[in-house]
Design a protein around this ligand. Structure first.
Ligand SMILES: [Zn+2]
Length: 286
């Protein structure tokens, strides 16, 4: 599957027979095509380590809070951990972690165990989402067309659909990896509830399951609702505090225009886009 690495590609091919489509007009906009972005793709070693440590430290804090019985704090930390996990796997989806491809695959396998589910299945649907941009066959983007309350209720179906789509469309190699990651998750959940005797681990599994069921709303609807397929592809966020607590994950128009830029460099990319096409920051997430 090829993927648009920066603004300007006119045709996108996903590898699926029905999935060659013209790029949205915004990619042909000379203001966007003139934006410098290649220099933002490189990560310093310290930045790579920080990307890996962020979810690990938030997971530890959430488990400590759960062990101490501080449920509201634990829930807040678990949610931010889940978001940091999405940030990590999302950068791995786009090979934007500064790691070799095999290490990106390793990150997805490890995070499948921690977040539960199959991150390789989610990568398959996410790359199609970039290529098809809310068009037919974009399973990930479907909830963006729904009212907010329906996107919320759609959560469990959404998570199931991401996995069944990858299993139905993927190559034999992908299907093997997805089945392996799902089997690993199932074995882990069985152990946690049947044999571990750990209330903290049970809490973590339930928190991750709940977070997955909310992703159709907070990871898709919030960043794509009432957008279009030609110019305003996605929403963004400019408030510094909001960007800090959401780990820069809502700078989404920036990401769709230049998916090879890692999340930790999106703030600088926002500045450059604002100078070139200031209208794009009008559609904010919240
Ligand atoms: Zn992406």
């Amino acid at each position: 599957m090829s993927e648009r690495r920066g603004a300007g590609a006119a045709v996108v091919t996903t590898g699926a027979p029905d999935a060659t489509c013209l790029a949205p007009d915004i990619f042909l906009d000379p203001r966007i095509r003139a934006i410098r972005w290649h220099d933002l793709t490189a990560l310093r070693p310290a930045e790579v380590v920080l990307e890996l440590l962020l979810p690990a430290s938030l997971l530890a804090l959430s488990l400590l809070a759960a062990a101490a019985g501080w449920l509201p704090l634990a829930l807040g930390l678990s949610f931010v951990f889940f978001l940091s996990g999405l940030r990590l796997v999302h950068n791995a989806f786009h090979h934007a972690l500064g790691l070799p491809a095999w290490a990106d695959d390793g990150v997805l396998c490890v995070m499948s165990f921690v977040l539960l589910g199959s991150m390789h299945a989610i990568r398959h649907c996410h790359l199609r989402h970039h290529a098809l941009m809310m068009g037919e066959g974009d399973v990930e983007g479907r909830s963006a067309q729904m009212p907010w309350w329906r996107a919320l209720l759609y959560g469990p179906v959404f998570t199931t659909l991401l996995h069944t789509t990858a299993l139905g469309q993927g190559t034999r190699a992908l299907r093997r990896i997805v089945c392996g990651e799902l089997a690993m998750s199932a074995a882990w959940v069985t152990f946690v509830f049947a044999a571990s005797g750990s209330a903290v681990l049970r809490y973590h599994v339930l928190a991750m399951g709940t977070a997955h069921c909310l992703t159709a709303f907070f990871a898709v609807w919030t960043v794509h609702h009432h957008c279009d397929r030609t110019h305003y592809l996605a929403r963004t966020l400019r408030n510094r505090f909001k960007n800090a607590v959401t780990l820069d994950m809502f700078r989404h128009i920036e990401h769709h225009l230049f998916p090879a830029v890692p999340t930790c460099h999106l703030a600088e990319l926002s500045t450059r886009i604002d100078r070139a096409a200031p209208e794009l920051k009008q559609r904010i997430v919240f």
